[in-house]
Each structure stands twice: as C-alpha cells, then as structure tokens.
Design a protein around this ligand. Structure first.
Ligand code: ADP
Length: 178
C-alpha cells in the first residue's frame, strides 16, 4: 500500500483568512493529509487566543477529514517530524515573502534534510490579504468580509467589542501585532 503523504501547513493564523484557505485547499490536492499547525509564541500577546485560532481553523477547514488542526511552540521542522509530515507547505505572496521563505527553507533543510519545503504561489485575488491587514482594517471598523469567511468576521467583531468594553483603543494593534 502507498505511504500516506502528510504535509504540515504552519503559521500564526491570527486570524485564518481567504489566502490561507486557498493554500490549504490547493495543498490538499497534492497531499493526502494536511496538519494546520498554529504557531503559538510563548509570552507574546495575540489578538486571538490559541484556542480561538484553533476553533476558527476548525470551523472553516475542519469538515474535511484530511485536515487536522493543532498548536505548537517548537521548531517547525521538529513539529513536522513529530506529526509525521514529510513536507512543509508555505504560501508566497510578494517578493518580500520570497526572501524570507527562501532563507527559512535553507535553514530548515540544514536542520532536517528529510523534510521538503513546498511553496504555493498565492492566487492573484488574495495577494493583498494578510492577517495583520485584516486585524488593522477590522479594528478601525472597516469591512473585511471579502478577506475572511463569516466565522472569522464574527470572532473579530466580538473580540473588538470586548476590547472596546475594556477601554482599549486602536493603538493596541501595534502591541498585538504578529
Ligand atoms: P499572515 O502573513 O497572513 O499573518 P501567517 O503568518 O499565518 O499569515 O502565514 C502562514 C502562511 O500562509 C505563510 O506561508 C504565508 O506566506 C501564507 N499566506 C499568508 N497570507 C497569504 C495569502 N494572502 N495568500 C497565500 N498565502 C498566504
């Protein structure tokens, strides 16, 4: 029997958006299983908690039995080995992504040569989307419904209402950045 080809799609997913979803769905056409690994930086405040980010990824991709969602806070290659992934999937939007991804891929290959890094080129319609753009636009009351699915929009709305009730202003965007 053929070996199952599992890939890890790592990121902060704070929050998950249409660009991420597109890459995940395209990766599922290439790999048998995809683990969406939410990197949780210890001690670093994030707009959405690790649990909320997991719930949102589950809500938008979790219906597919080929998708698993989990958090991690170790080296991405070590996590890939731990979950039995033989490839790490990353998306490429703009040239600045390329430089960073290129360096990370070389470092990761040094650390774990058995893991392949596979980069998917972002769809043109998603090039402008990033989690930080979504957070910033949403924090100022802008419409982000073309950038992320409804459960994400609702979660952001709830979170900003919560922060407003606590008396935070939009400057928290800086301290809550990725
Ligand atoms: P973001 O940059 O939106 O905060 P992450 O740090 O969670 O996203 O990134 C996880 C992965 O998803 C990275 O490989 C990143 O390049 C990719 N990605 C992010 N935004 C997009 C997009 N709009 N289209 C395709 N891939 C993307």
């Amino acid at each position: 029997m053929r070996e199952i080809k599992r890939a890890l799609y790592p990121g902060s997913f704070n929050p998950i958006h249409n660009g991420h979803i597109d890459i995940a769905l395209r990766a599922l056409r290439v790999f048998d299983e995809l683990v969406v690994g939410i990197y949780v930086h210890p001690g670093k405040p994030a707009l959405l908690s690790a649990e909320e980010r997991v719930e949102l990824v589950q809500a938008v991709l979790g219906n597919d039995p080929k998708v698993q969602v989990a958090t991690y806070n170790k080296l991405t290659v070590d996590y890939a080995l731990e979950v039995g992934a033989y490839a790490i999937v990353r998306g490429l939007r703009v040239f600045s992504d390329f430089e960073l991804e290129f360096r990370m891929a070389l470092a990761n290959r040094r650390l774990a040569p058995e893991i392949e890094i596979v980069n998917f080129i972002a769809a043109e319609e998603h090039l402008h989307i990033s989690s930080s753009t979504i957070r910033e636009v949403a924090s100022l009351g802008g419409d982000v419904s073309s950038m992320a699915p409804p459960p994400v929009i609702e979660a952001l709305h709830r979170r900003f209402e919560e922060l407003k009730a606590q008396g935070s202003n939009s400057s928290f965007m800086v301290s809550l950045g990725d």
